[in-house]
Design a protein around this ligand. Structure first.
Ligand SMILES: [Zn+2]
Length: 288
């Protein structure tokens, strides 16, 4: 990978207001400050590939205080679209038109709901990064809904929506939220499009394992850094979202981290990590 200095800040809305963190490798702890930045780095944001374990991560995300407000998902997730429109206007327009057509023409299976139905026993389900509780609201009645959400605005909205089915939302960073649950409390921990955002993914997985009862499962969806699309699209790949996505998993690195946290991977077949898909799905069980 080329050694590039991040370009000067542009005119996007989500400029850092506070200090940036310095992360060592979230997988093995190595400080890679001396390793050349990946060419996918952008503006302030420095992506590194760990010199020891090859894990790819954002070295300098904003701190949690900024994540709660200035970089909250509902304010920040549209930034990639603005960047693509500005830097690659033609492919951005084609991509938008294609997605619009595809959504109208193809009814996709609900991959999360299908996995919950198959793998999660009745009981407490904790949705990590639950947003405004849209996923929890549609769970069958035999699940008790709990969510963790760092964004103040989304947590408040979700709390109101969940009130009618006695669910609750903890307005906190994910790790702090999971730490507040008793050991062995949950039958399922959902991490759909979340682990790529977490500064401390190993600790989060360990906490997920702790709060699960024996036989309980975690369902994980993350972008697949090893996907063909990432290689073809380069910097335009949809998995690069700055500064929201701080970890970039491959099938191998995801499996290793999840197993190190004490889980047994029970569903992660070739279709779950299909090489043409931008994302991958895993179900992992806490054994008794
Ligand atoms: Zn490492």
């Amino acid at each position: 990978m080329a050694n590039v200095e991040p370009a000067p800040a542009g005119d996007l809305e989500s400029e850092p207001t506070g200090s940036l963190l310095h992360r060592t490798c979230p997988n093995c702890g190595t400080d890679n400050a001396g390793v050349p930045a990946l060419e996918y780095s952008w503006q302030h944001w420095v992506l590194r590939e760990c010199g020891s374990c090859e894990f790819v991560y954002l070295e300098n995300p904003p701190d949690y205080a900024d994540l709660a407000v200035a970089f909250a998902w509902e304010r920040n997730h549209g930034d990639r679209s603005k960047r693509m429109k500005k830097e690659y206007p033609v492919s951005h327009a084609i991509s938008r038109a294609w997605r619009k057509f595809y959504r109208a023409a193809v009814k996709k299976p609900d991959k999360l709901a299908n996995r919950i139905k198959k793998w999660v026993a009745p009981g407490v389900v904790i949705d990590v990064g639950c947003g405004d509780a849209d996923r929890l609201l549609v769970l069958p009645e035999h699940y008790e809904c709990c969510g963790i959400e760092i964004s103040d605005a989304l947590a408040k909205a979700g709390e109101e929506r969940l009130a009618k089915r006695n669910g609750r939302i903890i307005n906190a960073p994910a790790l702090e939220g999971l730490e507040s649950f008793p050991t062995g409390k949950a039958s399922g921990v959902l991490m759909r499009s979340f682990l790529e955002h977490e500064h401390q993914p190993v600790k989060l997985l360990e906490q997920a394992s702790r709060v699960l009862q024996p036989g309980g499962v975690t369902i994980i969806k993350v972008p697949n850094f090893a996907s063909i699309n990432r290689r073809v699209m380069g910097s335009r790949w949809c998995g690069f979202r700055f500064p929201g996505h701080v970890n970039h998993f491959t099938p191998e690195s995801l499996r290793a981290m999840v197993e190190d946290a004490g889980f047994t991977v029970v569903s992660f077949n070739a279709l779950d990590r299909f090489f043409l898909s931008d994302n991958m799905w895993m179900v992992a069980r806490k054994d008794g």
